[in-house]
Design a protein around this ligand. Structure first.
Ligand code: NAD
Length: 418
């Protein structure tokens, strides 16, 4: 078992993953420097503020900053360990865009000293951790990197993927089991010494490529299962069968656990990560690719159903409840609800569409150009609508009383009002 990490630690990327990780480590008495290229984000964290909503994070950041354990900067500091938690979106051809990871690795390179640890937390295709070591090695030929041989390597490089659930990040960052994959066994042990500071779950040591693949597989597994539910929903719509009733009955089988359909799959991870497997093995990843396609089609199907319902009215008002990519968070990135609303607005340019989301106070850029869209309170939106479409099962929406929906056409894409 490795010792606990001692020294100073820098985290590159103060987003949904980097900032909670910085807090988790800083509150264990380690000096943490958060580094971000976004000046506004650095200034917010320096004031002890959180630039996005995540339960319990604000108190953690303000406390860590007040204690002087967490600082933020745009410059790379000297440190004993560096964690890279920058975005890994995909390119137009759905291969991974590793430009932020590469930029982070290359910026770190200049500061590295023998004995330093570099951990890649960003979700990445197999082989990326090795590339990180390569990019650093190219800039610092004076340092012996892990691929030069385990004995006597100067820099320990590992991958430790993050699997927290937005909305529960501050709990899960501590309680989840962690996979730590080193380019060598010693690299994995060194990296694990950081996570042992705060992780209460088990720390599972492995090689870097297995750790990279395990993370992608977790999200592909979720995506395939969601696609199954979404496909069932479309089949049930065509056959005029209630999908929720079918799933409820099927799930009474002792070995069946079908997930809930929804308006699509959103967020930063599940719609993105499976493509990294597809691009690594395009001929073989047939089921994973199809699941992605089924889930990507889903907003079109939902929008189509709404348009069909609207055609029953001469001049309907439609309420769309929810814009975020999942319930009870403020994140609209890759949100299928946003996609559904824009498709309805395109198809029904003369129809008034009222949108409500308790976690969103301005229309996302994608929706800002439509003259027929307006943000409203849930009360007003439901009150005035002929058609109510539930896109995200936020708690306040679940609490809407059934009698307020009486006489309206209701399309509950999440099964929250059943
Ligand atoms: N959000 C999640 O729920 C989640 C869960 C598991 C894994 N991940 C993975 O974690 C990684 C980070 O995701 P996130 O949600 O925290 O992203 P984010 O967009 O919330 O934050 C990333 C931050 O990195 C900064 N950044 C970009 N390039 C930089 C650079 N070169 N140097 C320093 N800072 C830089 C950005 O300004 C931003 O503040 C991604 O690979 C993502 O797939 C995210």
């Amino acid at each position: 078992m490795s010792d606990l990490f001692k020294g100073r630690l820098a985290i590159l990327g103060l987003g949904y993953i980097g900032l909670p990780t910085a807090v988790a480590i800083a509150t264990r008495g380690i000096d943490v420097v958060g580094v971000d290229t976004n000046t506004a984000r650095v200034e917010a964290v320096s004031r002890g503020e959180v630039p996005f909503i995540e339960p319990d994070l604000a108190v953690g950041v303000s406390g860590a900053v007040a204690m002087g354990r967490l600082t933020a900067t745009t410059e790379i500091p000297e440190a004993d360990a560096f964690i890279i938690a920058v975005p890994t979106p995909f390119n137009e051809d759905r291969t991974a865009d590793l430009s932020s990871v590469r930029a982070a690795a290359e910026r770190i390179a200049a500061k590295l000293r023998p004995g330093n640890i570099v951990v890649l937390e960003s979700t990445s295709p197999p082989g990326t951790t090795e590339k990180v070591a390569g990019w650093i090695g190219d800039l610092r030929p004076d340092l012996r990197m892990p691929h030069d041989g385990d004995f006597g390597c100067d820099i320990y490089v590992a991958h430790c993927p993050e699997r927290v659930l937005p909305g529960r990040i501050m709990i899960e960052i501590v309680t989840n089991d962690r996979v730590v994959g080193g380019l060598t066994q010693r690299c994995a042990e060194k990296a694990a010494s950081i996570y042992r500071l705060f992780a209460q779950g088990e720390i599972l040591l492995t090689d870097a490529a297995s750790a990279e693949m395990a993370k992608l597989v977790e999200n592909a597994y979720r995506d395939v299962n969601i696609a199954f539910a979404n496909e069932l929903s479309m089949i049930a719509d065509a056959l005029q069968i209630d999908v929720w009733e079918v799933i409820r009955l099927a799930n009474r089988h002792p070995r069946v656990r079908i997930l809930s359909p929804g308006p699509g799959v959103g967020g930063h991870c599940i719609p993105v990560d499976p493509w990294f497997i597809v691009s690594a093995a395009p001929e073989l990843a047939r089921l994973i690719r199809t699941a992605r396609e089924v889930n990507d089609q889903r907003p079109y199907h939902v929008a189509e159903q709404v348009v069909l319902k609207a055609k029953r009215f001469r001049s309907p008002t439609i309420a769309c409840l929810g814009l975020t990519f999942k319930a009870n968070v403020d994140d609209v990135r890759e949100s299928p609800a946003v996609e559904v609303v824009s498709l309805i607005a395109d198809a029904l340019p003369d129809t008034e569409i009222l949108i409500s989301d308790p976690f969103v106070d301005a229309l996302p850029t994608k929706l800002s150009g439509y003259s027929n869209l307006r943000l409203e309170s849930a009360y007003q939106a439901v009150e005035r609508a002929d058609i109510v479409v539930l896109l995200v099962e936020h708690e306040p929406f679940k609490a809407i009383r059934q009698n307020r929906l009486g006489g309206k056409v209701v399309y509950d894409t999440r099964g929250a009002w059943r």
